[in-house]
Ligand binder design. Structure first.
Ligand code: NDP
Length: 294
């Protein structure tokens, strides 16, 4: 029989998680501050808890998905004594330090704690595309792995409680550049009469897909540099990169498009130049960023 699970927080994501549990036959109890968000799930067989205390008491496994960690703390603190012996899995977005703080508090109540990061949007939960990162005690993860697989591929990253948050935020960081670049490049193209964002984006997706394929080789250069200080396989003259950077800025200005969004890329190239580098490579760029210098 399937583990009974409680889901606390029925925003867009919490509803998707609870829906996935119901769909796979887990007895599911739900709670949300705005009770009406449980209506549809209750119609599908979820038990609607009248309070957080009732929700926690209903299941050995408690999945939390709220706005932020302060909200999680505010929800769980009044029911601290009910947590003993249960497993709390917090899938709310937060920083590694927040995860460590909450983990210590939950452990203090005699409960197990896993931290997680959801790499999916609500509509892709329980599809092939979704994956969820977990960190914390491996035995606790293993005990509930099958249940976690209901949401999407369950990726265990290690006992370091903050690592799921770190990877989650780093993945969002990478995505941020993708979307910023998309918006900016579309804005440039639309300066031409008759230009179509959809037509341009076909080219952009082909281009970015090709470029994304280069990332593993760049990552290998970064790892080789850290292990044995090897020469990177992929380099390019900084002067060539800087020349292109100047041209992108000029084209943006001519198109009447803001250039402030180009600042991060330019800043890195200029910092490498100032540090005496002649060549761009992934290792020197990552080393520069890790120096913490702005
Ligand atoms: P929503 O805004 O849809 O839901 C927010 C949830 O937090 C609701 O349940 C809301 O309750 C609750 N909440 C907010 N403030 C309080 C409070 N003071 N007390 C009690 N409950 C409160 O957000 P999502 O469901 O989209 O996001 C939830 C988490 O999932 C976030 O950490 C987000 O980063 C993460 N996530 C979301 C993704 C997405 O695409 N949506 C993707 C990956 C992760 P109420 O309904 O009463 O307002």
């Amino acid at each position: 029989s399937k583990t009974p699970v409680t889901v606390i927080g029925l925003g867009e994501m919490g509803q998707a998680l609870a829906g996935a549990l119901l769909g796979s036959g887990h007895p599911t109890t739900v709670w949300n501050r705005t009770a009406a968000k449980a209506d549809e799930l209750a119609g599908r067989g979820a038990v609607r808890a009248g309070s957080v205390a009732d929700a926690v008491t209903a299941s050995p496994l408690v999945v939390v998905c709220l706005l932020d960690y302060a909200t999680v703390r505010a929800a769980l603190e009044p029911v601290a004594e009910r947590l003993r012996g249960r497993t709390v899995v917090n899938l709310t977005n937060g920083s590694p330090a927040q995860a460590a703080e909450l983990a210590a508090w939950v452990a203090g109540q005699g409960a197990d704690y896993l931290d997680g990061g959801i790499m999916a949007v609500p509509t892709t939960i329980a599809t092939e595309e979704a994956f969820v990162l977990y960190s914390g005690d491996e035995r606790v993860f293993a005990a509930h792995r099958e249940t976690f697989e209901v949401f999407g591929a369950a990726k265990y990253l290690g006992a370091d409680i903050g690592i799921a948050s770190l990877y989650d935020l780093a993945l969002l960081d990478g995505m941020g550049f993708l979307f910023n670049g998309f918006h900016h490049s579309v804005a440039m193209v639309l300066s031409r009469e008759g230009a179509s964002a959809v037509e341009f984006t076909e080219l952009l997706v082909t281009w970015l897909t090709n470029m994304a394929k280069v990332l593993p080789a760049l990552a290998a250069d970064v790892d080789a540099d850290r292990r044995e200080g090897a020469e990177p396989a992929i380099t390019q003259g900084l002067d060539v990169q800087l020349a292109a950077d100047v041209n992108i800025r000029e084209a943006a200005r001519e198109a009447g498009v803001s250039t402030a969004e180009l600042a991060p890329g330019t800043a890195i190239l200029k910092a490498l130049l100032a540090a005496g580098h002649k060549e761009w490579s992934a290792p020197v760029t990552v080393r520069h960023l890790r120096s913490g210098k702005d």
